[in-house]
Ligand binder design. Structure first.
Ligand code: ADP
Length: 493
């Protein structure tokens, strides 16, 4: 029988822009549900009540007191709305549990960059309440058909639901980054009220410990990850991070859906963070942003020198060490480099030192700065992503949308979303950036040199920019693909 009711989805996530964002997951958790809402999905978000979330979510009202949850401190479930723009908002549930979530520091790390010691309890509670709301144990009238879990922080929801004897939603586990697995001591099973029998290779056990992500991957009805190429990579020894065996055995339930970008928020024609708006047809405004960026970052103001941008969670994954190694060579090309990065105190210090050594050519800003990230996307000529692995990556898509050609390692979603410039891809009108492989200082420098040589040819450069800006990175197609998975799960239960 054809279903006439809207699909109901509980989207369980540890971050959502603008209330809380440490990386791509924050952007995806806002834009994907919004795109699904446009497709008539009845979707609600479940979030931990960090201070920024409590402040950002409006019209909050308490809908349930979880006073007697075994293993967890009392928590209040709030229901409210999170505005994503002047005209759009998403319905959200917030878990208000000040002892676990109201503290200074980030959502996962303290101010010194160490994991919060009670992360298993903090995200165990998120997973647990996600499971309760997705089953007939829910105190609410609204019950989802699908519990959509995101990353390890919600990975125990499918496990709790598996052991729930009553009616329950089908589960989807999305891996945004397999490197973060939520691994805790074996005693976590008892502490979080999972059956002792689940501490098993056929369960939540992961090489002698408990992994929240492994639990999600093991128990969820369907697994997705954020690009088709990453689906293949995570089943290999090199990028499977120990989970390749399980992922391979579940590969008939594993789908790669490339992320989109929020083209309302990231639109060079309307972006309010820019010095001047511009479009594919009227690219001349881009240069105003280059000057504004050079000026803001204290670099030499020069139209002709190629300006390379980086916005990144500083880490080994993102190849920050490679950027540091090539910097002296870059300056000689000549080229300028602007880096906005955070999340790694030691790497931040090394970058600051580089900027001191080359004050006219290298500028660094540490910390998280949404406004500057938009200006970099608009003002740079090229965007560098020497990621060792990259499940999907968003900045290479923002860059193309802004006519800022990406120079990226041929890995993960970067390979799925950037078309390497060759004479033939240029003729076909598909070339939109520069891919390099292997991930070495030599091949990165070679790609940058090639991009800079190409930059001298203004006609080719314009063509590449226009190709890049013509690509459709909107969420529409991806949201439809998620909806198809949801539907297939409902029909198979
Ligand atoms: P990640 O692996 O960190 O999730 P993505 O490319 O998927 O990488 O997404 C990163 C997101 O975070 C992008 O929207 C990027 O612009 C943003 N971002 C990363 N670091 C910063 C920063 N220091 N300031 C502002 N935005 C940042």
């Amino acid at each position: 029988m054809e279903r006439t009711q809207k699909l109901r989805v509980l989207f369980i996530t540890p971050e959502i822009y603008p209330a809380c964002k440490t990386g791509g997951l924050g952007d995806v958790s806002a834009a994907l549900p919004m795109a699904l809402q446009h497709l008539q999905t009845d979707i609600k978000i479940l979030l931990p009540g960090y201070p920024s979330v409590l402040q950002g979510v409006k019209y909050k009202k308490a809908v349930h007191e979880f006073n007697d949850l075994q293993h967890f401190p009392p928590a209040t479930l709030l229901s409210g709305k999170l505005a994503l723009s002047k005209t759009e908002s998403l319905p959200v549930f917030v878990i208000d549990c000040p002892g676990l979530y109201v503290r200074e520091g980030g959502p996962y790390l303290d101010a010194q960059g160490r994991d919060w010691p009670d992360n298993s309890l903090r995200f165990g509670l998120l997973s647990k309440i996600g499971a309760i709301l997705s089953s007939d144990a829910s105190p609410l009238k609204w019950r989802p058909d699908i519990a959509h879990c995101n990353d390890w922080q919600s990975g125990l929801t499918p496990a709790y639901l598996h052991f729930h004897p009553g009616q329950k939603a089908a589960t989807v586990m999305t891996i945004h980054n397999l490197a973060f697995q939520g691994v805790f001591a074996p005693g976590t099973v008892i502490q979080l009220g999972l059956p002792p029998s689940s501490f098993n290779i056929e369960g939540v056990e992961y090489y002698g410990n408990v992994s929240f992500l492994k639990a999600g991957v093991y128990y969820a009805e369907h697994i997705t990850t954020v690009s088709p190429n990453y689906v293949q990579e995570i089943q290999s020894e090199t990028l499977g991070f120990g989970m390749q065996g399980l992922l391979t055995t579940r590969n008939d339930k594993l789908t790669g859906i490339v992320n989109g970008i929020d083209t309302d928020k990231w639109n060079p024609e309307t972006d309010t963070y820019l010095a001047k708006n511009y479009s594919r047809e009227k690219l001349s405004g881009k240069i105003v942003n280059k000057k504004a960026l050079q000026q803001y970052m204290g670099l030499d103001i020069d139209d002709d020198i190629p300006l390379l941008g980086v916005i990144s969670r500083l880490s080994y994954q993102k190849g920050t060490d490679l950027l540091i190694q090539i910097a002296p060579e870059l300056v000689k090309l000549p080229a300028q480099l602007v880096i906005l990065g955070s999340n790694h105190i030691e790497l931040e210090q090394q970058l600051i030192l580089l900027a001191k050594m080359y004050p006219h050519a290298i500028a660094v800003q540490t910390g998280f700065d949404e406004a500057l990230s938009h200006l970099i996307e608009a003002g740079a000529d090229c965007f560098l992503m020497p990621s060792r692995f990259e499940p999907c990556g968003l900045n290479q898509m923002y860059s193309q949308h802004y006519g800022t050609l990406p120079i990226v390692h041929a890995t993960g979603g970067l390979l799925d979303t950037v078309v390497n410039y060759t004479p033939s891809s240029l003729t076909k009108g598909t070339a939109s950036g520069f891919l390099f492989h292997p991930i070495t200082v030599g091949s990165l420098l070679k790609a940058i040199q090639f991009a800079i040589d190409t930059y001298q040819n203004k006609k080719t450069w314009r063509k590449l920019q226009r190709n890049a800006m013509s690509k459709d990175f909107s969420w529409q197609a991806s949201a439809i693909a998620y909806q198809e998975i949801y539907r297939s799960l409902i029909h198979s239960t």
